[in-house]
Design a protein around this ligand. Sequence first.
Ligand code: G6P
Length: 369
Amino acid sequence: EAAEKGGYEHFMLKEIYEQPKAIKDTMGCRISEDGSHVQFEELNWTTEDVTSIGKIMITACGTAYHAGLLAKYFIEKLARIPVEVDIASEYRYRNPLTDSKTLCIVISQSGETIDTLAALKEAKRLGARSLAITNVVGSSISREADQVAYTWAGPEIAVASTKAYTTQLVTLLLLALYMGRLNGTLTADEESRILHDLTAVPDVCRKIFDCADEIKAMCSSFEGKEDVFFIGRSMDYGLAMEGALKLKEISYIHAESYAGGELKHGTLSLIEEGVPVIALATQKDVEEKMISNIKEVKARDAYVIGVVQEGDTEVRKTVDTLITVPASDNFVVPIMAIIPLQLLSYYIAVSRGNDVDKPRNLAKSVTVE
Ligand code: G6P
């Protein structure tokens, strides 16, 4: 097993560090050589294949569900197709409004999660077209779906998902760009501009690893803390949900994620002196609003860790400490911004002496209901 860990103390850490390669492999030949456009050969859709979609229904569990939440922003903003995202175990039992004009996208690292597989079968029964995004070739979900787009993350062993998540985001962003071009909502310039930043990710995200020691040192702020809040707006809200899940899964600290604007409707009552708040503020279009939310929790003496893009000048004035991620397009930055949160959760879990790769009560793949 030590050999399989390739010198890392845990599979999770190894898999975090494998992300640059996993992301590169997932982009692979899905981007034209000149970097100008997406070419999804395995899908080979026509304009009609996209314009005939009335609605997209995304369903998944756990971390894959969180990838789906971000995909809603990607697809609705870039391809202007309405997207619903539902937890697979909810979708199945709610008599969903799905028909032949629905494209059902299921996301699953393992391709074996029973609730996701059952949701896919239900969508098909109702007449939907289906597309699976999965990491395991030949898995049950890949066989059941009409079409498959694989994430090329390689085997993921640690229970807490890391590289599967970032490669799901890459695949979903490529899909959104592909659909946006086919249905004419996206300009060629916008597509190549986003792709320019996306193709840079495998190299520039390594800068985050240079800050690993700083992130590790932040663990001391979590000593003795049993409640942590993650806040964010827009795509950072989806990211906040995944950040909180990572922390809960392996550190066993209670973590909640909130949309910045929702704080005042309840959660603010839980903020008191020294409560750690991780404020995701990478999305430029909502930065000013996020700063107001940070001020709201600072006024209650929370300890705020801000996550910003390189070059930030404003958020840093309002927080206690800062995590910086490489500057990039708004759609691309979440793919990088989750990495420091994965590292932070990892180091906190290690500092608590937890079994990081096999957290209590959890399984890598849930094949029972
Ligand atoms: C389990 C794992 C999670 C994972 C979820 C969905 O709960 O512990 O990490 O996100 O299943 O798994 P899937 O293989 O369908 O992505």
